[in-house]
Ligand binder design. Structure first.
Ligand code: ZN
Length: 171
């Protein structure tokens, strides 16, 4: 059984100690974080649970469940995929930025047939890969469908619009 002291992050515990020693007021953000911790502990019978990729829900008895009322996990599968690979794709992006800074750019080799003095011959050139092409390449690598992603975005906007439309004017 995990105790409350083990559940609360060490830095937060240190902050609490500091507050207790001084007459400093606790910020509302600290209180909210603490209440979240306590609620977590209460809801799970004292067990510390693994937070899920959505950032709102926690693993329950080893299973990924998404009961949080604001959680949309599963409704937008391509966005879920993006969320899951967020750290990895960020690492790839950071590396590419680092490489560029050191004069190494991602390039695509293209072959074209060019006319020469006696006929024609293949000529290769390296074209830089950046912007949209890079986005497409990253999406492909991480198995994210950009067309579906766009469709989901449209759906999200439609759903938000519907939520913001008062009942009376919906017809
Ligand atoms: Zn969730």
């Amino acid at each position: 059984m995990t105790t409350a002291y083990e559940l609360i992050a060490p830095e937060r515990l240190a902050l609490l100690g500091e507050i207790a020693r001084s007459t400093r007021m606790m910020s509302s953000a600290t209180v909210i974080e603490l209440l979240k911790d306590i609620e977590q502990l209460r809801a799970n019978g004292g067990e510390k649970r693994r937070p899920l990729a959505c950032g709102l829900c926690y693993e329950e008895h080893g299973e990924e469940v998404h009961p949080h009322p604001e959680c949309t996990w599963g409704r937008y599968p391509e966005h879920d995929k993006l969320t899951k690979v967020k750290d990895k794709s960020q690492a790839v992006y950071d590396f590419l930025q680092f490489a560029t800074k050191h004069g190494v750019d991602l390039g695509r080799t293209v072959t074209t047939r060019v006319a020469v003095f006696e006929g024609s011959e293949d000529c290769t050139a390296v074209q830089p890969v950046e912007g949209l092409q890079l986005q497409e390449l990253l999406a492909k690598h991480f198995g994210v469908d950009l067309v579906k992603l766009d469709q989901e975005k449209e759906r999200m906007i439609d759903e938000l619009r519907a939520l913001n439309t008062p009942e009376a004017s919906r017809g």
